[in-house]
Design a binder for this molecule. Structure first.
Ligand SMILES: Cc1ncc(COP(=O)(O)O)c(C=O)c1O
Length: 403
């Protein structure tokens, strides 16, 4: 496709800075551009391709289901929908499931459920406390929930009912809580905010506060869920259970599916309260079942844990490698991560140069902040791929022009 950049300029919105490559093929942890150049993909479809690209179990599930039933609509149940709901409930601490198409939509639904709970059980309480540097999606309400002014300012006025407070600060949650508060919504580890891991005890304290006040704890595990942090759900590592949990990204391993799950006590929707035309789409549900079953059977979450260090479970492979780079290159300020979600923080705003130099050398990484590179590869990667990525960083770093 020779004129693809012309087509991009002419037909697509200029809403994101895209890479100067046309991605045409993916297999495992690799993708290829239109010239046949191969890249090691440590972005993984934006923390989505849990099993890598075009995994055989996904292809098989998609092929099989596409010949049986592709779409049903919200008026009928389908076997993949029911089987996936059962699998999610049996794997998690939650009781009921609603399927949708994306992360933002899952969070919207979770917030609507919390507001419904507030109306019915908390004298009309409607406010949700969220945190600075969070990311909950791009709809208007989720932009209000996302505590990052640069996402919010262009779209003011935003829907009311969200209070953004400091992350990792239980007193900030406590001070913001009023009689109008129906829920606190947190990411167990902030992903888009720069891989921010809270202090031991923060999530437990938030859980305890919600219990004390009778309000709900919503965990946005759209990025951290389904193995990314080294356990099926991130909350397992923090010794708490949410009242509502949201999922997307890795759940479908590459197909668009999201979900929110709730404990029975707050599953208060009545017929007509919420819906989605494509939610529970059997093709997506059948694929997500295949992804989840593969993850469970092959302990893929355990692979994510071994692949990278985690303060709970001890030092592991990728983070050790990143730490070695940190000790070699003084312009690296800090490296940290959990499971297969990690960040390299620099002392200067050089992340875009690093991203482009890595691209040149066959590695895709994400410039999550001007001074930080985020790594979120497929959960199935092995030692050889980690070594290769570390080798590319080691090749790229000495050539950077650092002032
Ligand atoms: C924690 C979190 N919540 C919500 C979203 C939004 O998901 P989506 O882009 O599928 O709407 C993201 C996406 O990056 C996310 O990381």
């Amino acid at each position: 496709m020779k004129n693809w950049q012309e087509l991009e300029r002419k037909y697509l919105f200029n809403n994101v800075e895209r890479l100067p490559i046309l991605m045409v093929k993916g297999q495992g942890a690799r993708v290829w551009d239109e010239n046949g150049k191969k890249y090691l993909d440590f972005v993984g479809g934006w923390a989505v391709c849990s099993l890598g690209h075009c995994h055989p179990v996904m292809i098989k599930a998609l092929n099989k289901q596409s010949k049986i039933l592709i779409q049903a609509g919200p008026h009928a149940c389908t076997p993949p929908q029911l089987q996936l709901a059962e699998l999610l409930v049996k794997t998690s601490c939650l009781d009921r499931v609603f399927f949708c198409n994306s992360g933002a939509e899952a969070n919207e639904g979770a917030v609507k459920l919390a507001r419904r709970y507030g109306k019915l059980k908390l004298s009309g309480a409607y406010e949700i406390i969220t945190t600075f540097n969070s990311f909950h999606g791009r709809t208007l309400a989720m932009t209000a929930a996302t505590g990052q002014p640069h996402y919010q300012d262009p779209y003011q006025p935003l829907p009311a009912g969200f209070k953004n407070v400091a992350y990792n600060d239980i007193d900030a949650i406590k001070s913001a809580t009023t009689r109008d508060t129906c829920a606190v919504m947190l990411e167990p580890v902030q992903g888009e905010g720069g891989v921010n891991i809270p202090d031991e005890g923060y999530l437990k304290a938030a859980r305890q506060w919600c219990n004390e006040k009778g309000i709900l704890l919503i965990l946005d595990e759209i990025q951290t869920g389904i193995g990314r942090l080294g356990t099926m759900f991130g909350y397992e590592q923090f010794g708490i259970e949410p009242d509502i949990l949201t999922l997307a990204k890795g759940l479908g391993g590459g197909v668009p599916i999201g979900a929110f799950l709730a404990k029975e006590k707050c599953a208060v929707f009545a017929p007509g309260d919420h819906g989605s035309t494509f939610g529970s789409n059997p093709l997506m549900c059948a694929t997500a079942i295949a992804v989840m079953k593969y993850i469970i059977k092959n302990d893929v979450a355990g692979n994510a844990m071994r692949g990278m260090a985690c303060s709970v479970y001890g030092s592991q492979y990728l983070l050790e490698g990143l730490k070695k780079l940190q000790s070699k290159y003084p312009f690296i300020n800090e490296v940290h991560g959990r499971g297969l979600l990690a960040v390299i923080e620099f002392k200067q705003e050089i992340s875009n140069s690093v991203r482009m130099a890595c691209l040149e050398n066959g590695l895709l990484v994400n410039s999550v902040k001007p001074d930080a590179i985020r790594i979120m590869p497929p959960l199935t990667i092995g030692k050889q791929e980690i070594d290769e990525a570390l080798g590319i960083f080691d090749k790229v770093f000495p050539k950077l022009k650092i002032q």
